[in-house]
Design a protein around this ligand. Structure first.
Ligand code: G1P
Length: 288
């Protein structure tokens, strides 16, 4: 019951980020020096995941190219003796990591994207990571969840407290507390208005799911926005299986929004070992 597979739904149109996403995937937007998708893949790898399943769409080729070998570049860096850069390039895809791409021909929703990975996942538990949500934790957030999974062996959703006026942006959960950080979920609703939200605990883009989720998604009608929602599948799942909500330790940047993306860039630049100190000095010179 180890989590070795992860689904990355990356077929979205990125409309919140137009015009920059007109001809390039939002998952390739850089935070300091790495594209968003690489942060999510590194987080999954650090949690023990080795099979990365990307659910892609048209215009998403740069993601495949990024995780492919760049032969000419490697030869050039080797020839010019730039060993450090060569390592940076090679480490994007360690040898024991497998990348698989399936296409989601129509953008029918997150639940539908997860269904596209069903044949590859088979009968194993798996993770879902939404690259828009950039998570930074002393211990990577998915690794925290994998550890919990090895103890509980049930589906686990990463959650955080959100402002009341933002419940309409998240899947919102309610349930019975097990400890300060764990909740036995008995309700989950996709993007409720604040007045009807069952709590203020919003799902962040990290999930560990049991394969039972596939039948549940398949039997749900279209949900919010006319889309096949993962949240509705989870609502079905928790009638049959235990589902836990976990208040993760770490910081989430909503890189699907311009503000969150800029915050991630500033804070990760400040924390960057090479450019951090100089960048801090620069920010201090700003008259703001
Ligand atoms: C999706 C999910 C939502 C979750 C959110 C986290 O929404 O549907 O339940 O809370 O991701 O980022 P989206 O942001 O794709 O609209």
């Amino acid at each position: 019951m180890k989590v070795t597979k992860a689904i990355f739904p990356v077929a979205g149109l990125g409309t919140r980020f137009l015009p920059v996403t007109k001809a390039q995937p939002k998952e390739m937007l850089p935070v300091v020096d790495k594209p968003l998708i690489q942060y999510a893949v590194e987080e999954a790898y650090a949690a023990g995941v080795r099979q990365m399943i990307f659910v892609t769409g048209r215009h998403k080729r740069p993601i495949e190219d990024h995780f492919d070998m760049t032969f000419e570049l490697e030869v050039a860096l080797e020839k010019s003796g730039q060993r450090e850069l060569l390592e940076v390039v090679r480490n994007v895809k360690p040898d024991d990591m497998e990348c698989i791409y399936v296409r989601q021909a129509q953008a029918l929703g997150l639940g539908h994207a997860v269904m596209c990975g069903q044949r590859l996942v088979g009968n194993d538990p798996f993770a879902v990571l939404l690259a828009d949500d950039l998570m930074v934790g002393t211990k990577p957030v998915l690794a925290q969840m994998v550890e919990l999974f090895s103890e509980w062996r049930v589906s686990i959703l990463a959650v955080q407290e959100v402002p009341a006026e933002h419940t309409c942006r998240y899947g919102i959960v309610a349930g019975t507390p097990i400890s300060d950080q764990l909740l036995d979920v008995n309700r989950i609703v996709e993007k409720p208005a604040p007045e009807v939200a069952p709590s203020r605990l919003g799902v962040a883009g990290r999930y560990i799911l049991t394969p039972g989720i596939f039948n549940e998604i398949a039997s749900q009608p279209r949900g919010v926005g006319g889309e096949i929602q993962l949240t509705d599948g989870i609502a079905g799942l928790l009638r049959r299986e235990k589902v836990l909500a976990y208040r993760y330790q770490g910081r989430r940047y909503d890189c699907g929004s311009k503000e969150g993306f800029l915050q991630a860039n500033v804070e990760l630049a400040l924390a960057h070992p090479q450019i951090g100190p100089g960048f801090r000095d620069y920010l201090r010179t700003l008259d703001i």
